[in-house]
Design a protein around this ligand. Structure first.
Ligand code: G4P
Length: 534
């Protein structure tokens, strides 16, 4: 057995059994299908349909809007908790579309590990590569699932080589596929010397597993067809010789990824992957914070907001802030300090996203994700504690890559537009800039699809048709420096200055030349393309 000893014996058992992770993949690789199967094993079968409704593959704008109309679904699928074996799994959904990469980045600040799903025929695709880079920035441990082995796939060594080369990470096979496509019969579990056989007749059936005493065990020949047996033995011998052995420490540090082969749609390989997450993905990790790090085993509760979802019910303008608990044992009704405003908040109706529906969370532990309904007090990057002035760090905001002016279709409704824009900005759906000169707002996003979604949502949720128009600026940079230097800079560059939705000073331009000039002429000022949310 592979039960990795916890290297944190001081953790309360409830925290030590939690695994909080996200799935990263290119659209269509099978993330939704895999999620469904996780939930199936986790005893939440009724969830399957809901996940499907949120399938991210081939999503068009209209699919997106349709999905967004049913905000309930999208929220309950944003974080899902389920039990399997000894573990409590918290799966945090990452938006699949590349236009939402900032949201994805922030989501990855809330997890301790990621599952990378690749399609066996396609290998590492562009979106996977991008998301992998984000995980690498945070040294997140990554476990790999190579899906769709029931179809023609690439040669196993080729897939492993591609991951090693493109992503510069060691790959160790946790299982080895036997045959491929029509010929695929199952996998040899290299970690436990077991044969896992796939049942094509029943897609929801858990595979049979047969204990094997090494490659010379005659039982192998009973189950593996002759024409595949020799090949299997040769390949495994070669793999053991050429590929690195599993090193749990290297996995924990993000230098090595174990790979499982399977077929999500046939429920095959999923159980082994889940066991792998339990055994190899880490327990809740300490959170980076100022002025000190937060350890999960601390008695006092703390957590941070990594996502806000607004207008779940357009009539009430309520929002749910998704909070990753960083420490302690949370109980419903607790009074927590909202560190940014220094105000106390009684958390009376937190939700846990268990199984099929959201439920009131009576309790939760470090590592869990809870939803806190609120009227706008909670913003992305906010920290909640039992009183101590801690601030979780490392939740970034990126300078938008696309800027457009925005106007209300009805000029009398400018105030309403302002309110709507600020609301979406707080949700993290866009940046809003108010230039110092002139009227109106400039909206900044990372991907063009966000303009469409934003326009449609403002119209739908606020009954306010809006028009986007070209802006005279194409870049926005946050201005950092001491107060006097910033003031001097602002006064000398009035036509380039705006304030963002948090009131921070921003320099706007359409020329890289201007940005270079500032660097040259104002040594006391730094222009930056990211800022920390707080
Ligand atoms: P995504 O969330 O990563 O975008 O992928 P999703 O799970 O939606 O899967 C994309 C397509 O791949 C779906 O087919 C799904 O049924 C299929 N698929 C997932 N896992 C496997 C697998 O192990 N083997 C095979 N052969 N196919 C798999 P679709 O036809 O596009 O959608 P649907 O009609 O099945 O819903």
């Amino acid at each position: 057995m592979l039960d990795a000893p916890s290297n944190r014996p001081d953790l309360p058992a409830e925290i030590a059994r939690r695994r909080t992770f996200a799935i990263i993949s290119h659209p269509d690789a099978g993330k939704t299908t895999l999620t469904e199967k996780f939930l199936l094993y986790g005893g939440a079968i009724q969830m399957a349909g809901q996940v499907r409704a949120k399938g991210e593959a081939r999503r068009t704008r209209s699919d997106f809007m349709k999905m967004e109309q049913d905000r309930g679904i999208s929220v309950s699928a944003s974080a899902m908790s389920f039990d399997y074996g000894n573990f409590r799994y918290n799966l945090v959904d990452t938006p699949g579309h590349s236009d939402f990469s900032e949201d994805t980045y922030r989501t990855l600040t809330a997890v301790d590990a990621a599952i990378m799903v690749i399609d066996g025929a396609k290998g590492v695709e562009s979106q996977t590569q991008k998301l992998f880079e984000v995980c690498r920035l945070r040294d997140l441990p990554i476990l790999t699932f190579c899906n769709k082995m029931d179809r023609e796939a690439r040669d196993t060594f080729e897939i492993i080589d591609e991951i090693q080369e493109n992503l510069a990470i060691d790959v160790t096979p946790a299982s080895w596929p036997i045959g491929m496509g029509q010929d695929f019969v199952g996998c040899y579990d290299l970690l436990r010397d077991r044969l896992e056989l796939m049942d094509r007749a029943d897609r929801n059936k858990v595979a049979d597993s047969i204990k094997i005493e090494g490659l010379d065990d005659p039982k192998l020949a009973e189950h593996v067809p002759d024409h595949l047996l020799e090949q299997l033995k040769e390949e495994i011998e070669m793999a053991r010789e050429l590929l690195p052995r599993l090193d749990p420490q290297a996995v924990a540090e993000g230098h090595m990824t174990p790979i499982w082969f399977g077929s999500a749609i046939n429920s095959f390989g999923v159980r082994e992957l889940m066991d792998g997450i339990g055994n190899l993905a880490p327990e809740p990790q300490p959170a980076r914070a100022e002025p000190r790090q937060i350890a999960p085993e601390e008695k006092k509760v703390s957590g941070f907001v990594f996502k806000v979802q607004a207008n779940m019910d357009p009539k009430h303008r309520d929002r749910v802030a998704f909070v990753r608990l960083s420490s302690g044992h949370f109980e419903r009704g607790m009074k927590l300090t909202h560190v940014r405003s220094k105000k106390a908040m009684t958390i009376s109706a937190p939700v846990l996203f268990l199984a099929s529906d959201r439920e009131l969370a009576e309790e939760a532990w470090a590592g869990d994700i809870i939803g806190i309904p609120n009227h706008g007090q909670l913003r992305i990057g906010d920290t909640l504690t039992e009183g101590e002035a801690l601030r979780v760090t490392g939740i970034p905001s990126f300078a938008p890559e696309l800027l457009q002016g925005v106007r209300a279709g009805d000029p009398m409704k400018a105030k309403h537009l302002e309110k709507a824009l600020f609301q979406f900005a707080e949700e993290g759906a866009a940046k809003v800039f108010k230039p110092n000169i002139g009227s109106g707002y400039i909206v900044g996003v990372v991907g063009a699809l966000q303009f469409e979604v934003l326009g449609a949502r403002i119209e739908q949720e606020y009954g306010l048709p809006v028009r986007f128009e070209p802006s005279q600026f194409t870049s926005a940079r946050w201005v950092h420096g001491d107060k006097a230097a910033v003031e001097k800079f602002v006064n000398a560059n009035k036509q380039h200055i705006a304030h963002d939705n948090d009131g921070d000073v921003v320099y706007m331009t359409r020329l890289q030349w201007d940005i270079d000039r500032v660097a040259r002429d104002y040594p006391d000022i730094t222009l930056s393309a990211t800022k920390e949310m707080m």
